[in-house]
Design a protein around this ligand. Structure first.
Ligand code: SF4
Length: 356
């Protein structure tokens, strides 16, 4: 009797949904701005629970029984406020300044440095006084011209994942389009780029996608867009004429890393449309952590496979006044050389901006 082979129906992979918070807080003054009002309308339309709060820096009554539960809820809580500190932080090596349009992220990347920098405030804050933020950027540009001033918009958040709520990137991109001496850049793990595709940008904004070996994306990047989605979005961005880049970060030493990173570059080359490879940049950041980060990550993601064995690392003095743990020199060298060679093999015309 012939064996009956039943064909399995192809499993449909659902697109990663754009972020919709479970809970929203508004600073009352945020509603004096059209953007604050627009977000309020959106929240009402989506039927999301919302409250008023005195300050976006002091949300004290978040629900949740345990610290872990509170953390998970905070990651799904949006706070709409005013950015009062208009002195921008430095953002080396990728730009001169960090431009603050949001703080916090709904992603759950185990290694994310926001674990420590945001401390007890892991909720997602967005700022609606974009005019003040752009005026501050303008002052920085004026101060440095004719030098070019670059602003990084993703230092404390992933703004692409919030764009459908705020429209902040659209404001920044169109502002920078007319700035001869200003440039904008941001990086993302989300694919929700539709609102950016038809904007006037004049090539003054570089959009980078964060990519990694399959092992890293699968094990350490929950609640972000899948690799294929990011690459498809990268193709659209290039098609819309934006300068494009990739950040390979954090580079993680793991069993089979050569195969993992080799395969990453191969898949990128295979999937990326040809017109996307002109003026392509790469940035590489090896995995690092501090003792504070290690403690927090172990509490928040207790089952994580993220390797943070201090005995296997080398120390480097960090800007937050703490030692950070990086890979020993020989491992760093091996990672750097291997990935650099693959980049130039598949993308000979691209430019590597740095390895850190
Ligand atoms: Fe952090 Fe980026 Fe992951 Fe968000 S997407 S958690 S900002 S690494």
């Amino acid at each position: 009797m012939p064996t009956l082979v039943l064909e399995r129906p192809e499993r449909k992979v659902r697109p990663t949904k754009a972020f919709v918070p479970d809970l929203v807080y508004f600073e009352p003054s945020s509603l004096d701005y059209p953007k604050g009002q627009r977000i309020l309308e959106w929240v009402k339309e989506k039927n999301i629970e919302y409250h008023m709060t005195t300050s976006h820096n002091r949300i004290t009554n978040l629900p949740g029984e345990t610290d872990l539960e509170k953390y998970r809820i905070a990651k799904r809580t949006l706070v709409v406020g005013i950015r009062r500190t208009l002195k921008f932080d430095q953002s080396k090596p990728s730009a001169e300044y960090a431009i603050p349009i949001s703080t916090g992220c709904m992603g759950h990347c185990h290694y994310c440095y926001l674990q420590t920098t945001l401390g007890a405030k892991p909720y997602v804050r967005v700022y609606v006084n974009t005019g003040d933020i752009l005026q501050a950027a303008k002052d920085y540009i004026e101060e440095r011209k004719p030098e070019i001033t670059r602003f990084e918009a993703a230092c404390t958040s992933d703004p692409v994942g919030l764009e459908h709520i705020t429209g902040n990137l659209a404001d920044l991109i169109t502002f920078m389009a007319d700035e001869e001496f200003g440039r904008l850049r941001f990086v993302t793990k989300y694919h929700h780029v539709e609102p950016l595709l038809s904007l006037k940008h004049n090539g003054n904004t570089r959009i980078r996608f964060s990519v990694n070996a399959d092992y890293v994306i699968k094990n350490f990047e929950p609640a972000t867009s899948r690799f294929e989605e990011r690459i498809e979005a990268a193709g659209k961005i290039a098609h819309a004429g934006y300068p494009l880049g990739f950040i390979i970060a954090p580079i993680i030493w793991h069993e089979g890393w050569e195969e993992g990173y080799g395969d990453l570059l191969k898949r990128l080359a295979k999937t990326l449309p040809k017109d996307a490879t002109k003026d392509l940049t790469f940035e590489m950041i090896q995995h690092r952590f501090t003792k504070t980060a290690k403690n927090l990550i172990e509490q928040r993601y207790p089952k994580s496979k993220l390797e943070m064995d201090i005995a296997k690392r080398e120390t480097k003095w960090g800007k937050y006044g703490q030692y950070k743990y990086v890979y020993p020199k020989d491992q760093q060298q091996a990672l750097r050389e291997f990935i650099t060679e693959r980049i130039f093999e598949y993308f000979p015309e691209s430019r590597i901006e740095y390895f850190t």
